[in-house]
Design a protein around this ligand. Sequence first.
Ligand code: CP
Length: 315
Amino acid sequence: MKLFSSVNDVTDLNALVAEALQLKQNPYAHQQLGKNKTLGLVFLNPSLRTRMSTQKAGLNLGMNVMVLNMDKEGWALELQDGAIMNGSTVEHIREAAAVMGQYADIIGVRSFPGLKDRNDDYSENIFNKFVKYCGVPVVSLESATRHPLQSLADLVTIEELKTKPSPKVVLTWAPHVKALPQAVPNSFAEWMCKADVDFTIAHPKGYELCTDFTQGATITNNQGEALAGADFIYVKNWSAYEPYGKVFGGNEDWMLTNAKLKNTNNAKVMHCLPVRRNLELSDEILDGENSIVIHEAGNRVWAAQAVLKRMLENL
Ligand code: CP
């Protein structure tokens, strides 16, 4: 594997999930694979889970790991080709990415969307420029439109905890005070559409996701109807795709509560984190026995380790 940016980069989904679960059982079995190899993790935006879990995954494989918080510690990057750099940017992404490729054998990049220009965000301008200019394998640490390491960890979690062959999985929109990217729900949807699950998306009118990511999903504006019989509920806020990046206010009643779990199959509740308590998810859910959010976050290590292992095997 030379690129991990979406589910489309995975040829054998079930095998990758199985590999992640094997690594969970035996984390240090492949320490020789990463010996004298360097993982460079570049963050243009904040992170807790992705930073620490991917770092740990690299260390488990015997790699050296370097982290650059580009937003705080790096030079201000110029992205525009042909730019006359007489403003605030100091280094062009062409040189920055190429230099990083001299220091690292595999590079991870986090680059959030601006949520202003949909065409620019959905072209994955920043992430693709890193891929183009760094010259080494690249793993997405969350890009403008996708968060594949999160989605792989989510699928690993569902595979690990499911009690039937094809569980009902519901992605439900949740309230928030800010406009958030569509990367996590886009990504979760496209992974679930390829997995062996019965997948439903519930959201208020106006929050339709780009249909490129939702092919095969059942989509409804009725949360109660969607939750009926659910085995797993994935809670997440996102802003509108059209008009792009907008939030409409209201819909506070979409927050998941214990009362809403009554009609489910004692559903396990997931969230990628960070989560705003009593806005996106209630205390009673997060502190209750149906929540698996910490378990899910723990699985981020094995998802990242499975991907890095495949990249190391291909160097
Ligand atoms: N879920 C997730 O990606 O968390 P971080 O933003 O903290 O990395």
